[in-house]
Ligand binder design. Structure first.
Ligand code: MRU
Length: 349
């Protein structure tokens, strides 16, 4: 199955519960908007494209289960649902993008009978999901050309199928290169505190038959400095108009080390991750997550610190655009000088 699926006939949203991997592959069946919001906040589903499409599905689910009798009441209810979804995770712009796309589409349905409007909204959100997979494959094809046969690459967080509807962004590039017959070895950053690298990326690589070694986040600099990695690949949660990238905490340190070691640092992201409304990374809201994620190694596991210890837990950081060698997007590769090159390509569309 895909990471997330919408079944309008029931109606439910099905998703792989990413909190339980790699030990247990459990599929959640969510029936209400509140359940979906909880799944996003608690990270049963995570990864920028995945939470975006989940939010679109949630609007369609709400639209289908609504008891409102008029278009006006129905669309107002969906507008309020959109507001609630926007609050669930603040950094990934894909969530806002998907909610805005869906709400704009809902505006076009005002002359339809409600059952028709519901059907059309279901079809629209499904088209966003299908497009997500196509976009990822397109990005992967562009990016795979940059990876040399026999190379070792560092990958941060999880950007694979689990972070999207399917296929993934940065991990999609690695997967495409592998499927095209290249030998790629991946150094998987474990990605503290939620261990998306250790738990999810390693699980995916294992299934694709791609060779990997897990490394602690702290070891990435060592591998770069000693010439043991030819490239670094990351995804993004939001990219400002000047090319500054918000991504999983630790991305900035990784980019600094890659820059110092003169190793290319590739950021792989679809058009929906670019937020051209903000000028620089300074304007990107950084989600602060619960301290408990830092105070133990594993979620719900034994505390590793003295009682009373406090923790800071920013979930993302911002990598300045000067540290990004190339953006790999569905529109093609974008190389410096930023922001001009970004502007040219994205505005052309
Ligand atoms: O907190 P998460 O697990 O949702 O963070 C995910 C990331 O930071 C990914 O790198 C990002 O969403 C890009 S992946 C497609």
């Amino acid at each position: 199955m895909h990471t997330i699926e919408y079944k309008p006939d029931i109606p439910i949203i099905r998703m792989i519960d990413q909190r339980r991997l790699p030990g247990t592959l459990e599929v959640l069946e969510l029936e209400t908007l509140e359940d979906v919001i909880h799944a996003i906040v608690d990270m049963a589903v995570r990864g920028a494209p995945a939470i975006g499409i989940t939010a679109a599905f949630a609007l369609a689910l709400k639209g289908r289960s609504s008891t409102k009798a008029t278009y006006k009441a129905w669309s107002t209810e969906l507008g309020q649902a959109g507001e609630q979804l926007l609050e669930s995770r603040p950094t990934a712009i894909n969530l806002r993008w998907a909610v805005e796309q869906s709400l704009e589409f809902i505006q076009t349905l005002k002359d339809e009978a409600l059952p028709v409007a519901q059907d059309k909204l279901d079809a629209f959100v499904q088209s966003l999901a299908d497009e997500d997979v196509e976009i990822n494959r397109r990005m992967a094809a562009h990016g795979a050309a940059l990876l040399k046969d026999g190379s070792t690459v560092i990958h941060h967080c999880n950007t694979g199928s689990l972070a999207a509807v399917d296929y993934g962004t940065a991990l999609g590039v690695i997967r495409y290169a592998h499927e095209s017959g290249k030998q790629i070895h991946v150094l998987v950053d474990e990605t503290r505190p939620r261990l998306q690298g250790a738990r999810l990326t390693a699980w995916e690589l294992d299934q694709y038959g791609i060779s990997y070694h897990l490394i602690s986040d702290n070891a990435a600099g060592y591998f770069l400095q000693t010439g043991q990695a030819e490239a670094v690949l990351v995804g993004a949660d939001r990219i400002a108009a000047n090319g500054d990238v918000a991504n999983k905490i630790g991305t900035y340190m990784l980019a600094l080390a890659a820059h110092d070691a003169r190793v290319p640092f590739y950021c792989v992201a679809p058009r929906s991750t670019f937020d051209l409304r903000i000028r620089s990374g300074d304007e990107i809201p950084i989600e602060q997550r619960p301290e408990q994620e830092i105070l133990s190694i594993q979620l719900g596991g034994e505390q590793i610190v003295p009682s009373g210890a406090r923790a800071f837990n920013p979930a993302f950081d911002v990598t300045p655009h000067r540290l990004i060698s190339t953006f790999i997007t569905d529109s093609g590769l974008i190389a410096p000088p930023y922001p001009q090159s970004l502007k040219n390509l994205l505005e052309e569309e």
